[in-house]
Design a protein around this ligand. Structure first.
Ligand code: IMP
Ligand code: MG
Length: 177
């Protein structure tokens, strides 16, 4: 049986997003930013964050397979399934901010940082709705963090378990027994 327990309410998330957007607006004022959504889990977080930004911003979408696409365990093998339009050396003068739902082992972001470094942007940073710091396997720093959590499997607000629960308006922990 699947049990869902509310972890972060819509109101709590909205409050955190207002604060995160304030930090990001201050950091990138006057700079050229490409806000990169890490599909699919970050879709809701990305769009909520995007509309809180008060400067011109480009958007881009990447997709990686890391969680084995199914189940709760990371596969440790990261594959880039979709890239942005800018190729190697083509991000000169621009800053990149990855928008990720959850930073877990860090494998996906490590792969994306290395791949994007070849595009030669001015800077690459990361904003995560949830930073599962207790699960990290590689050194990845989340520059802007919505919520810090040691460990738990969560769904909702774009995040899934086997493609379910993405439409839930808040973040829930999921336990299967
Ligand atoms: P990492 O490469 O291990 O850091 O995996 C990060 C990706 O795994 C995230 O972008 C999520 O898509 C997925 N993931 C990690 N933890 C959870 C979770 O608790 N719920 C849903 N997806 C998760
Ligand atoms: Mg993800």
């Amino acid at each position: 049986m699947a049990t869902l327990t509310l972890l972060f309410s819509k109101e709590e998330i909205d409050t955190r997003l207002d604060a995160l957007a304030k930090e990001i607006n201050a950091e990138y004022a006057g700079k050229e930013l490409v806000l990169v959504c890490v599909l699919k889990g970050a879709i809701v977080f990305f769009s909520e964050l995007l509309r809180r930004l008060d400067f011109d911003v480009e958007v881009g979408f990447v997709r990686v397979a890391s969680y084995g696409l199914h189940g709760m365990e990371s596969s440790n093998q990261v594959q880039l399934l979709q890239d942005i339009e800018y190729g190697e050396g083509e991000l000169a003068g621009k800053h990149v901010l990855f928008v990720e739902d959850i930073v877990d082992t860090g494998q996906s972001m490590q792969h994306l940082f290395a791949h994007f470094a070849k595009k030669k942007p001015e800077s690459i940073k990361l904003v995560g709705l949830v930073d599962k710091y207790g699960r990290r396997q590689v050194e990845i720093h989340t520059d802007f963090v919505g919520f810090r959590m040691e460990d738990a499997f969560v769904v909702g607000y774009g995040m899934d378990y086997m493609e379910r629960y993405r439409n839930l308006p808040a973040v829930y922990t999921l336990s299967l027994d």
